[in-house]
Design a protein around this ligand. Sequence first.
Ligand SMILES: [Cu+2]
Ligand SMILES: [Zn+2]
Length: 175
Amino acid sequence: MRGFAIAAMGALVLAGCTTPEKNARYMAGHFKAQADLLTADGTLVGTGVAEEVDGDIRVIVDVKGISKGLHGTHIHAVGKCEAPDFASAAGHWNPTAHQHGKENPAGPHMGDLPNLNVGEDGRGQITLTLKGATFAGLMDEDGAALVVHAGPDDYKTDPAGNSGGRIACGVFKAM
Ligand SMILES: [Cu+2]
Ligand SMILES: [Zn+2]
């Protein structure tokens, strides 16, 4: 009987919405999206996963085949990656209207991530929890993209930490 009641409740909630799939995820209390990072020539060089964990968003970036060194990496505000310059991804995801960088007194943007530290083997990882970030905010109407830059982020220069051109971009897709 109890099981039936819960199932009926679920059906009611789903019936009231145009995107039942999305709502099913809401009910499960679990949200996850993945971005496949592509260079301007379409080479897959890594992935980013954003997952709701305890009400925040945990981001894991894993790249392979990127030049050695530090690369500014951010979540950008628009889920559109048009080669070759990926300008279509717009600026950094910034729902709290701050400036760029954790060392900027008026910063940081919600989408600011630490530099990706790529080794000789072309590999690098970032794991970070974005406190106060919501999945609904990340996956809003125009979506979001993960962008890797050519150079290091200085963590303070608005709007993008002087990190140079955008060398890889991936659109976050709910999974
Ligand atoms: Cu960026
Ligand atoms: Zn920023």
